[in-house]
Design a protein around this ligand. Structure first.
Ligand SMILES: [Zn+2]
Length: 285
């Protein structure tokens, strides 16, 4: 290792965000994966990038709310403060928090912010937080619209990815996935965050759950798929008695740092969310 290289460190991460795969010429396609770093008693956001998730070996394909250990190092090209480059071969899945009650002791320690604050800071300075947990004060509506199709730039990246040799890129565990398919629908939440004078926001849902749901239903009619999306992303995630928050993230593009999307939805029962002081935190690295 040369003196210029940033030393890698071991991190334990509760995975909370797996966003939909995006076309990437260099990495096939990549996924924004983020979570809460819990080693050394902290509860900090961390983004793991690049992770060519669909190209990784099955044994490395962790799920949301898995606890993983891995080697990471600061990524110098991506200036967002939470971004680390993962060493894919070191990923070990060490647990899974299946129940809201198991997740809450960690999630209760994650600082809450608001979309208003994140957007203002992101537009103002480029080392502002690029990930954040935001309580939804009120949901105005859920908009489900047909996807306009990949942009020309994305089509170029998909074509370039078709020529990549995964074994050269990612080692023995790599596999060649099927071509990245565009989703049928995009979903946006119109909502207010917790800031006092919130004017309201529109946040596109980038959660992989949405893409996966549509993939499983590729034989169903538009109407049936819409109904399923509505059931999952509206009725279930905003059910009475749930305390619903968004995991927000922005883009690396410096011109878009003030624009945040919904990377995931956290919706524990209110009873679990408010009973947090009864739990002890005993997960460390
Ligand atoms: Zn707001």
């Amino acid at each position: 290792m040369s003196a210029m290289q940033v030393r890698s460190e071991t991190a334990r991460v509760l995975i909370t965000v797996k966003a939909s795969p995006q076309p990437s010429a260099k990495y096939g396609d990549t996924v924004c994966v983020a979570g809460i770093r819990v080693d050394k008693g902290r509860a900090d956001w961390i983004r793991l990038y690049p992770l060519p998730f669909r190209w990784m070996g099955v044994e490395q394909q962790f799920r949301k709310f898995d606890l993983i250990d891995l080697e990471v190092r600061r990524e110098t090209k991506d200036t967002r403060p939470e971004s680390f480059r993962p060493d894919i071969d070191t990923i070990k899945i060490v647990g899974h928090l299946d129940d809201w009650k198991d997740r809450q002791p960690i999630m209760s320690r994650v600082p809450r912010t608001s979309t208003c604050v994140l957007s203002a800071a992101g537009s103002d300075h480029h080392d502002a937080p690029s990930l954040g947990m935001v309580a939804v004060r009120s949901l105005n509506r859920v908009v489900i619209e047909s996807f306009a199709g990949w942009s020309d730039a994305q089509k170029v990246r998909i074509a370039a990815a078709a020529n990549l040799a995964p074994l050269d890129l990612f080692g023995d565990a790599a596999q060649t996935p099927p071509e990245l398919k565009p989703p049928r629908f995009v979903v946006r939440y119109e909502y207010r965050c917790d800031a006092d004078s919130c004017p309201g926001h529109t946040g596109q849902v980038l959660d992989w759950e949405l893409t996966a749901l549509q993939g499983r239903m590729h034989r169903d009619s538009d109407e049936v798929v819409r109904t399923s999306i509505e059931e999952r992303f509206h009725a279930r995630m905003f059910a009475p008695g749930r305390q619903t928050s968004f995991f927000m993230g922005n883009f690396e593009d410096a011109r878009k740092r003030g624009s945040f999307s919904v990377l995931g939805v956290y919706y524990p029962p209110e009873a679990v969310a408010s009973a947090v002081s009864l739990f002890d935190l005993d997960i460390g690295g």
